[in-house]
Design a protein around this ligand. Structure first.
Ligand code: FES
Length: 121
């Protein structure tokens, strides 16, 4: 794992991967990174059921956004597990993974940092 991690860091440091978000994904996948990648530049409107357990993807790698599909296992990041306090279809879960109030959107996705990021999914 150490040699692979070194190669990924070398490639990303030399700019061989032009997409910053892609570089983060590669590093996460192979280097047990603790950096969350941007999965989407917008929140996901979901329906939650009172009392039901959910796991919100924090790492940004899940293919079942905004929920966890287990891909965080290659990173140091854990999903945010929570129980819905009420049934509602008006819940907006963060897609950019930069929110300060996970798992909920706090509007951070409108920032230049998020909106200018390249996303590779
Ligand atoms: S989608 Fe992340 S803060 Fe809105």
């Amino acid at each position: 794992m150490g040699r692979l991690m070194a190669m990924v860091r070398l490639f990303t440091n030399r700019g061989l991967f032009s997409n910053d978000n892609f570089c983060l994904r590669v590093q996460q996948a192979f280097c047990f990174s603790d950096v969350c990648v941007i999965a989407a530049k917008f929140p996901f409107q979901v329906e939650l059921v009172e009392g039901k357990k959910y796991a919100w993807c924090k790492c940004g790698l899940s293919k079942k956004q905004p929920f966890c599909d287990g891909r965080h296992k290659t990173t140091k990041i854990q999903p945010i597990r929570f129980i819905a306090e009420e049934t509602s279809s008006e819940v907006f879960l963060c897609g950019c993974k930069q929110t300060s109030s996970p798992p909920f959107c706090d509007g951070t996705h409108v920032s230049e940092q998020v909106q200018s990021a390249e996303i590779s999914q």
